[in-house]
Design a protein. Structure first.
Length: 414
């Protein structure tokens, strides 16, 4: 009898130690989103609906804003920090048209700013402009974010946009989908339960989705530990937390009803753990930017849109600090503006996307070192206050034709 009790006690000790042990929160490298308390507030501060500008209107307004800040026409060297996607070409054409020069390139795949290019950029002009944007596709027919119609493909099919962001999110979305389908809510009489797959309870995993169990289940009041009320072959049933029980009661959960938690698995209920390898501005830089708020991203109605917003915020916060420290920019006028490109898929007869720009923030530096930051609403008002007419814009066709007519220059080779 004692031997049998020791076996039972040993099984329970194992379950408590390896399955039901509360976990510590994971912190990552992007300081803007390092506190879970402010994630929802930070995301809510990024407005979209009322601050969009068509790119054909945004660029001349930006150029005129530069002039109003003392930038000298013909001496401005713009740079773009965009993804490599071909749908980012239309904004580049408009920048060339209005600034009169093809922009320098600060961009990496996924909308990452290559800050090691500041010094060469600074050598190429008197006044400096950097336009940074993450991007997300939009299909107006289905009103869906995150996809873009590739009109050069054989069947003009839709693919992910931004594809790099989609690739980063895939693993996390799969982990979330598994948890969403393998956490079950059930009612047995007056007992409301949450049944959790054993894999999700194992805290000794190297990576995966980890539950904030205190939000899902009720711990013992004396020991503050979670005790299963029923053990299944692949899962454990625990008493539901008060907030889950309340939601089930409000939803009219019937006796015997047993269903997956689904979209009730909110970001406050879980977090991710993963060893993301890679150096600064390297292969995994984008994933590091998105890691802390990833639970909010995968549960968002449009995950690729939310991810693009987050990356825009994190990159602005990181990049403006590198501009302040860059020796090549000292004594120069600098405008660094960051925002979101919404790439609206081309319709019949259109060659380019109807790109819209959503400004997030801007950093302005004057030659004497004085600098300031324009937040989203203030920045939008500054842009809207500028004319969308640009008398300094160039005619690209004429400029190209002029070079076609130019006298041949022989290149002397060694």
């Amino acid at each position: 009898m004692r031997a049998g009790w020791r076996i039972v006690k040993g099984i329970y000790t194992f379950i408590k130690a390896t399955l039901l042990k509360p976990a510590n929160a994971i912190h990552w490298s992007a300081p803007m989103y390092s506190s879970t308390a402010n994630i929802r507030a930070l995301m809510a501060d990024f407005h979209i609906t009322d601050v969009m500008l068509r790119y054909s209107s945004f660029v001349p307004r930006l150029y005129n804003l530069c002039k109003s800040l003392g930038f000298t026409p013909g001496k401005i060297m713009p740079s773009r920090a965009f993804c490599s996607d071909e749908n980012q070409g239309y904004p580049i054409i408009l920048i060339s048209k209005h600034f009169g020069v093809f922009p320098f390139n600060h961009g990496q795949v996924g909308g990452i700013v290559a800050t090691d290019r500041h010094a060469p950029h600074a050598e190429h002009g008197q006044d400096m402009v950097i336009i940074h944007a993450s991007h997300v596709g939009y299909d107006p027919e289905r009103r869906v974010f995150g996809v873009y119609r590739r009109i050069q493909s054989e069947d003009q099919h839709l693919t992910a946009s931004c594809g790099k962001i989609e690739a980063v999110l895939r693993w996390y979305q799969d982990e979330y989908a598994f948890a969403r389908d393998n956490i079950l809510l059930e009612r047995q009489g007056e007992e409301y339960r949450v049944t959790i797959d054993n894999q999700l309870l194992r805290e000794n995993r190297d990576e995966g989705l980890f539950l904030n169990l205190e939000r899902l289940a009720t711990a013992d009041q004396a020991s503050h530990e979670w005790h299963p009320v029923y053990c299944r072959s692949t899962a454990k049933s625990l008493l539901a937390s008060p907030e889950l029980r309340y939601r089930m009661e409000q939803a009219g959960w019937a006796d015997g009803q047993r269903e997956p938690i689904g979209t009730w698995l909110q970001p406050e209920y879980f977090r991710f753990k993963r060893d993301v390898q890679g150096d600064l501005e390297g292969r995994s830089h984008l994933e590091k930017n998105l890691f802390d708020p990833m639970a909010w991203i995968v549960t968002a109605p449009h995950p690729l849109l939310t991810a693009a917003q987050v990356n825009t915020q994190v990159e602005f916060d990181r990049t403006f600090r590198t501009i302040v420290r860059e020796h090549g920019y000292q004594g120069k006028r600098v405008l660094y503006i960051s925002g979101l490109h919404i790439d609206i898929s081309p319709q019949a007869g259109q060659r380019f996307p109807l790109t819209k720009f959503v400004p997030w923030a801007a950093f302005v530096q004057q030659p004497d070192g004085n600098h300031s930051t324009l937040e989203q609403v203030e920045l939008f008002e500054h842009l809207r206050g500028q004319s969308n007419e640009n008398p300094d814009q160039i005619n690209l066709e004429e400029s190209i034709h002029q070079m076609e007519l130019a006298r041949q220059v022989d290149v002397a080779t060694p």
